[in-house]
Every structure is written in structure tokens, then in C-alpha cells.
Design a protein around this ligand. Structure first.
Ligand SMILES: [Zn+2]
Length: 309
């Protein structure tokens, strides 16, 4: 099987081990690097924006003018007696390469069988692909309950899917995306527990609807003694593009208008309440907070690495 999905990086970023320990009070939590891709041209993530405008913004932030790297980073929590993953990475869905999530779970001495809960933000291949082996279809996390929003399952399960604003991607990639989502729903059928927005999935973990990128795209709010923490999935893809211009959307956003609306509402809450969050595709580990800057714009303030000497 071939696809138009860009060849992911096989190297752990920066030669480090791709495991970031989150400090969340007493909770054990980590960000685990899965893979990264180069996106070129960047206009794919700022549809309809002139190249010169994008280049100017990126160059101002010391970045290449028309090439960006996107990381893909699932989360892991030890929570209320459960071992919880948020999203599964890309797995073996691309020929000749594999996501590094299993390797990073192993680095923490966690076997796939020990994962008891998987929270899915949505069913795109870079999020569900690691849940089953591409050839055999064997489930990677056989003992896990998969929480997936009802709206997301219903969307991908339709016999005819209205792809809305997703019209600029190669048909081959669209077919691959649909096939992978449907295969995931079918293989994981007995493990899936559908949820509605605002459901408490585990004590202290609540699902929130963040529609736009896909109809059932969801975030997860973690409430612990360490404060509130939100997994925001693909609500934003890049901290410069989509925080400076929350209205800039991507070719993969099913509804560009809804994506921008959802993003603005979320950024407003994140900034106002100073909530720490994770964004799946931000540069690893993609954890931090946002400050409101100019009218309608925000700035990402990433976690700092602290070292004990
Ligand atoms: Zn994604």
C-alpha cells in the first residue's frame, strides 16, 4: 500500500530519547514522541494566505520561510489505577517505517498489554494508526478500552462521507485516510466505548467537543491536584501560524470555519484561565500555555526543561 502521507522521520528528535516527563502534581504523565514530518509548502496549513505573508511571519520567528516540521506526540498517564494513552501515533500504516510510540513505551517498561484506556481525539491515521498492525490487523493494545466520540465514529462509518472543505488533498490520501479510520472502528469494535461531549470518562477526566478538524474531534480535560491540563489534539497544528492567526486553517480541516471558531474559543479559555495544555503536532513535547498578545492573537509559552544538579 502506498500513500501520499509524507515519509516520517525514523530518528528520535535531537538524538534524545523522545520521552518527556510531565510534572502534574502527584500524577505520572509523559509525552512520547511517535514521528515527525516536514510539511512543504507551508500554505497547506494556512490555506489561501499569500506565500509572502506566511514567509514574512515565519522568517520573523527565525524559521524556514516555506517548510515546517510537525511532530506527532501521544500522551501517557498513570491515572486512577489505569494506564491511559491519548492517541496512538501512526504505527505501521506506512510501508517501510513505523511510529516510535511502542519503543518509547518500552523505554518506560510499559508493555502494550498494560494499556487499559486509550482516549482518541479523532480518527485520522496519525492518531489511530498505532492501534492496529497494518497487515494482520492485530490490535496493538488488546486490553484497552477505546474512548471515541460518538460523532467521530458515526462520521467515518457513513457509507458516503461528505468531506466538506477537504478538497485539496490527493484522492489517494483521502481514500487512505477513510480506509484507515474505518478499519480502526471495525478492528476495535469490541474495545470501543463511544462517548458524548462533556462525559466524565474516568474520575477527573472529561471529554470536550472541539469540532472542525473532524466532526467528532475532541479534547480531554484532566483535573488533578496538579491543576487542570487539557489534551487539545489537532485544534492547532503550529504554534506560530495558528496562534498568531487563529483564522488560518489547514487543507486537512473538514470545516475550516468551524475549526477557526473552535480554536478561538479554546485559545480564549486557555489564555484567560492560564491552563497548561498539550497540542499533538506542536514541536516536541508540545506542552505549555498561551498568552493573549494583540487583539485576537496569542503566543505559545512552552514548558521549560528543568534540570536538577
Ligand atoms: Zn494529526
Amino acid at each position: 500500500m502506498s500513500s501520499a502521507y509524507p515519509e516520517p522521520s525514523k530518528q528520535p528528535i535531537n538524538g534524545r530519547n523522545g520521552v518527556y516527563r510531565l510534572s502534574l502534581g502527584e500524577t505520572d504523565a509523559w509525552v512520547l514522541f511517535d514521528h515527525s514530518i516536514w510539511v512543504e509548502p507551508v500554505q497547506q496549513f494556512a490555506v489561501g494566505v499569500p506565500d509572502s505573508t506566511i514567509a514574512e511571519l515565519l522568517e520573523h520567528h527565525f524559521l524556514p520561510s516555506n517548510r515546517l516540521q510537525f511532530s506527532s506526540d501521544p500522551l501517557l498517564f498513570r491515572w486512577a489505577g489505569e494506564t491511559v494513552l491519548v492517541d496512538t501515533g501512526i504505527g505501521t500504516q506506512l510501508p517501510g517505517s513505523a511510529g516510535l510510540l511502542p519503543q518509547h513505551l518500552a523505554a518506560l517498561n510499559i508493555r502494550p498489554e498494560e494499556i487499559s484506556v486509550v482516549l482518541m481525539t479523532h480518527l485520522h491515521v496519525d492518531h489511530i494508526g498505532g492501534a492496529f498492525e497494518s497487515g494482520s490487523g492485530q490490535a496493538t493494545f488488546p486490553n484497552a478500552k477505546f474512548f471515541i466520540s460518538e460523532a467521530e465514529i458515526n462520521f467515518w462509518s457513513q457509507s458516503s462521507i461528505d468531506l466538506g472543505d477537504v478538497r485539496d488533498l490527493p484522492q489517494q490520501f483521502i481514500d487512505f485516510t477513510i480506509q484507515c479510520a474505518r478499519r480502526g472502528v471495525s478492528i476495535l469494535e469490541k474495545q470501543i466505548q463511544p462517548f458524548k461531549p462533556d462525559s466524565e470518562l474516568l474520575p477527573g477526566i472529561t471529554a470536550i467537543a472541539l469540532p472542525g478538524h473532524t466532526p467528532g474531534h475532541s479534547g480531554f480535560v484532566f483535573n488533578s491536584a496538579g491543576g487542570e491540563f487539557i489534551a487539545t489534539g489537532d485544534t492547532m497544528h503550529d504554534p506560530i501560524l495558528h496562534l498568531t492567526h487563529p483564522e488560518w486553517t489547514s487543507i486537512g480541516d473538514l470545516s475550516r470555519a468551524k475549526t477557526a471558531e473552535t480554536r478561538r474559543k479554546l485559545l480564549d479559555v486557555l489564555a484567560r484561565d492560564r491552563i497548561r495544555f498539550h497540542s499533538f503536532h506542536f514541536p516536541f513535547p508540545g506542552v505549555g500555555r498561551v498568552c493573549a498578545t494583540a487583539e485576537g492573537a496569542y503566543e505559545f509559552v512552552p514548558d521549560r526543561f528543568w534540570w536538577d544538579s
